[in-house]
Design a protein around this ligand. Structure first.
Ligand SMILES: [Zn+2]
Length: 183
């Protein structure tokens, strides 16, 4: 199966044999892949295409996700999922996480990176939890100035303006490489 995968620019057929179909282009000599995907050479129509892989992945109950906070509401946060059990996903599925029972001033801010556990699927909505100690914010910034923050007991402190704030921090806060990934 894997030898059937083409990367952008890969030759997939000669233009004498095949026409360029979906996700391909013709360089005057060869039909080449314009995107990553599976080669599809239709011998009947003589059209060479690339089938885009289906990357839509929906997390299951119990899965651990890492995502970007998309919205913060009074009793929940909405998170766009970037990783499911450590594997990247590009489908941008969102989950929501109830925060009503957590007594923290700013559990997470928009654009924070959080890790959550998927707990249920109700009416097409994916629900996640944040309360366990491994779960919570992995990356955040100062709410006042956008500066880098460091953990301070149960709080965080800005290294720029010294503003002290709260987040529901993951026990992995500050250990990840997200600092280098995000600007
Ligand atoms: Zn600050």
């Amino acid at each position: 199966m894997s030898e059937n995968i083409a990367f952008p620019g890969d030759k997939i057929a000669s233009i004498e044999e095949y026409e360029a179909g979906y996700n391909t282009f013709d360089d005057g000599d060869m039909v080449r892949a314009a995107t990553v995907g599976q080669k599809d050479l239709d011998k009947t129509t003589r059209v060479a295409s690339i089938k885009h892989p289906k990357l839509l992945s929906i997390p299951k109950d119990g899965d651990i996700i890492i995502g970007t906070v998309a919205a913060v509401m009074s009793s929940m946060i909405a998170v766009s999922i970037d990783y499911i059990n450590g594997k990247p996903t590009t489908s941008k599925v969102e989950c929501i996480c109830g925060t009503r029972n957590i007594r923290i001033r700013n559990i997470a801010l928009v654009n924070d990176i959080v890790t959550l556990k998927i707990i249920s699927h109700i009416n097409g909505t994916i629900h996640a939890a944040i309360s366990e100690s491994g779960l919570g914010v992995l990356f955040t910034k100062c709410r006042k100035c956008g500066g880098k923050v460091v953990p301070m007991r149960d709080a965080i402190k800005c290294t720029e303006c010294s503003w002290i704030d709260e987040r529901k921090l993951s026990s992995d806060f500050g250990k990840s490489d997200f600092f280098s990934l995000r600007d």
